[in-house]
Design a protein around this ligand. Structure first.
Ligand SMILES: Cc1cc2nc3c(=O)[nH]c(=O)nc-3n(C[C@H](O)[C@H](O)[C@H](O)COP(=O)(O)OP(=O)(O)OC[C@H]3O[C@@H](n4cnc5c(N)ncnc54)[C@H](O)[C@@H]3O)c2cc1C
Length: 264
């Protein structure tokens, strides 16, 4: 983990209000693991707290990290004004990332991404495919309407999109799409990694448990310091003895075993 200012290699608006920023960060690009995040700091002094953004991709050869973010407030609004050649203060890579080794004994791998939870699934798909080239990877992408990402997954995974209004793929949620797939597919050992809105993961949890699918959820929580000191981003989890424990999303997570997450 390191903190420094890094140059922006490119900044592209993928869809209205959704940007891809590529940063020249050679050491972080070497260390980065799927499911990890970086903290971006604003230049304006009134916005002190860092903004956590997941890794969309890392290229150790080019020495770059790639992020996809939506403009939702003052911080992300500021980031969207940056141009190629500008620098931004970054801390990272942070967090635990997705456990890739859990897929070793599985026959099929499911990735489920909803909305802004889709980008981290790309880096994950790429790394899982590199580790287990023979294993089928299915990526269920849930959009509100028109897709703004998708084809880039195809070298690594089969893409099964869905949208709330039927504008792309299956009309319904990513879970509806997965249910339809499982109704046709035979039984085998499966693992599921998910990132997206809480209602999506809350719905996946009992479904996956009933089907005997191991799950790993990447959680999003409003963050304070971003490196575990302030305990400002608690996630509630079930401990092995049945008690409830609080974990820090920024440092202990953001990825947790899906079966243990308590959604309030
Ligand atoms: C682990 C993790 C990964 C994330 N990955 C992405 C990603 O890949 N792409 C993306 O677009 N967004 C991602 N987010 C959400 C992103 O951090 C917020 O949208 C962003 O911080 C909002 O900042 P703002 O100043 O524009 O909004 P404001 O609402 O003005 O922010 C005010 C304060 O609240 C914090 N805050 C607001 N929303 C969130 C949030 N959802 N999570 C954490 N802190 C928040 C901000 O950091 C800031 O300190 C992620 C959040 C977490 C926790």
């Amino acid at each position: 983990m390191m903190t420094d200012r890094f140059p922006i290699v490119s900044q592209t608006e993928l869809a209205p209000g959704i940007f891809q920023m590529v940063l020249q960060t050679p050491q972080m690009a070497q260390e980065a693991r799927p499911g990890q995040l970086v903290d971006l700091y604003c230049a304006e002094k009134d916005k002190l707290l860092p903004r956590p953004i997941s890794l969309f991709d890392a290229d150790p050869e080019e020495g770059t990290l790639s992020l996809i973010y939506a403009v939702v407030g003052k911080g992300t609004e500021e980031f969207s004004t940056y141009d190629e050649g500008d620098t931004v203060r970054v801390t990272g890579p942070l967090g635990t990332g997705f456990p890739l080794d859990r897929a070793a004994d599985m026959n099929e791998i499911f990735l489920v991404g909803g909305g802004l939870g889709i980008p981290p699934m790309f880096f994950l798909a790429k790394c899982l495919h590199a580790l287990y080239p023979e294993k089928p990877i299915k990526v269920f992408l849930g959009f509100r309407s028109e897709p703004w990402i998708g084809d880039i997954f195809t070298p690594y995974a089969e893409v099964l999109p869905s949208s709330d209004d039927g504008a792309c793929g299956f009309k319904g949620t990513a879970l509806d799409r997965m249910t339809a797939y499982l109704n046709e597919a035979g039984a085998c050992a499966r693992i599921l990694y998910a990132c997206g809105p809480i209602p999506m993961m809350r719905a996946i949890q009992p479904f996956a448990e009933e089907k005997g699918i191991e799950t790993w959820f990447s959680l999003e929580e409003r963050m304070g310091c971003g490196f575990g000191a302030c305990y400002g981003c608690p996630a509630k989890l079930k401990a092995a003895d049945g008690t409830t424990v609080l974990k820090r999303v920024c440092k202990d997570g953001p990825v947790f075993p899906g079966k243990d997450v308590i959604f309030s």
